[in-house]
Design a binder for this molecule. Structure first.
Ligand code: FES
Length: 97
């Protein structure tokens, strides 16, 4: 029996990603990768390794907070840049894509 605080079957919280250049605002789950959401919506973000190694997918985070699947992958990025293949939006984020 699940307790009220169990996270096993709790649906992911919603998040909103604003793709500024594309003019699209997308609601998704907080645990979705930003690159996956962009591709699903037809927004072109270049990518290659999709595992946080190459840096091809980096984009500027204009506003908001993200979390990484693998925080070590982003340690060499310029300030304000994120790896979209590894990042998940928290609440509402604005991406320069
Ligand atoms: S696609 Fe290589 S770091 Fe994101």
């Amino acid at each position: 029996m699940n307790s009220p605080n169990s996270t096993d079957d709790t649906p992911a919280k919603p998040a909103t990603i604003v793709f500024a250049k594309s003019g699209k605002t997308i609601t998704c789950a907080e645990n979705e990768l930003i690159l996956d959401v962009a591709e699903r919506e037809g927004i072109l973000i270049p990518s290659s390794c999709r595992s946080g190694n190459c840096g091809t997918c980096q984009q500027k985070l204009i506003e908001g907070q993200i979390q990484y699947n693998n925080p070590d992958a982003a340690k060499d990025l310029e300030p304000g840049m994120i790896l979209t293949c590894n990042a998940q939006a928290i609440n509402t984020v604005v991406i320069d894509a």
